[in-house]
Each structure stands twice: as structure tokens, then as C-alpha cells.
Design a protein around this ligand. Sequence first.
Ligand SMILES: CC(C)(COP(=O)(O)OP(=O)(O)OC[C@H]1O[C@@H](n2cnc3c(N)ncnc32)[C@H](O)[C@@H]1OP(=O)(O)O)[C@@H](O)C(=O)NCCC(=O)NCCS
Length: 169
Amino acid sequence: MERLKKQIEFANLNFLFEPKRVGRMNFMVKKTNHLELDLVFGMEISCFPKEFWSEEQIYSHHTYQDSIIYWIQAHPVGYLIYMQNQFEIEILRLGVLPDYRKQKIASQLIDFLKNTNKSKDVFLEVNEKNTSAISLYVKAGFSIVGKRKNYYQDKSNAILMKFSALERL
Ligand SMILES: CC(C)(COP(=O)(O)OP(=O)(O)OC[C@H]1O[C@@H](n2cnc3c(N)ncnc32)[C@H](O)[C@@H]1OP(=O)(O)O)[C@@H](O)C(=O)NCCC(=O)NCCS
């Protein structure tokens, strides 16, 4: 518990800046390097305060899957963790810091992933109660392709969604 408290304090330190004053002039999406994983962990805590992946999960998963970060100037404000094979990609985590939401940052992270992997289908699972995320994915061209009952700890269902590579033709 003490360790977790320290991790959260540490992660929060990375976000001690005045977000509203940061302009949108210089922004970019970039693949995460190993030294930036603490930043991903910090954003994970802010975006999923009740159900965040542990630091260990973020670090160990990173050895066989990838993530991208959305930067505004020197500040990381959004991230997307995914895994892929030859044919398809699965989005595992997607979050935007609360102060930066509703500015199409998540949409741009998804576009980056789609545009850099043009021949691959993209899949994801989302809690059926997460209506804002479902609306985001529908706008990004995803369709509902299935449902997993009682999938989450609170017994809510997961919706399976797919963006087909054929959509790009
Ligand atoms: C879901 C989340 C990633 C959206 O990020 P975002 O950068 O604000 O999303 P965008 O600005 O790209 O939104 C694109 C569309 O998604 C939908 N959307 C996003 N946030 C919404 C909200 N709070 N309520 C309703 N619809 C919403 C809208 O259709 C929006 O289009 P519009 O702006 O034209 O109305 C962000 O709210 C978040 O980090 N939430 C907590 C973590 C989470 O739930 N992640 C998804 C897990 S699968």
C-alpha cells in the first residue's frame, strides 16, 4: 500500500504544470520509448483512477507490445497502448488527461495507429457503460462485433468493436 502511495505521488509529480496555459501550437504523436514509461503510468493513474494498470504491468507489457504518446510541447497528455501481429492490432488502453479531453486528442491517437498500420484490422474491448468511449470509437469508424457478458469486475459487459482495414479502400 505504501509503495502504491509513493508511485501515485511520483506519477502526479510529472503533471505539476499549468495545463490550461499550454498552447496547442506544438503537438505530436510519438512511439513511447522505455524511458517514458513512467509518464504512461502517470497518465494511466489519472485516466483510470479506480482500475489502473500497475507500474509492473505497464513495464512488462511494454516488452512485447507498443504504445504511443500524444505530446503538447514537452507535456504528455494522452496515450494509447496496443499489441499487434501480422494481420491485426488490439487497442489495450487509451486515455487522455482530464484537462485535455474533448479536443480530439484520443481521435488523433486512433488515427495515428490506423494510418501507420494501413492493412490491419483494429479491435478493442470497451465497458458497455463507457458511453463516451463507445461514441469515440463509433466516430472513428469502429462497429460493434460482439459482447462479453460479465466481463469486468463489477459484472458489467464488454462490447467488442472492430475497425476493418477494408474501410480504408
Ligand atoms: C474516452 C476518452 C479517451 C476520450 O478522449 P478525448 O480526447 O476527450 O476524445 P475526443 O475529443 O477525440 O472525442 C471524440 C468523440 O468521442 C466522443 N466523446 C468523447 N468524450 C465524450 C464525453 N465525455 N461524452 C460524450 N461523448 C464523448 C464524442 O463523440 C467526441 O466527438 P465530438 O467532440 O465531436 O462530440 C477520455 O474521455 C478518457 O481518457 N476517458 C477515461 C479513460 C477511458 O475511458 N478510456 C477508454 C477506455 S476503452
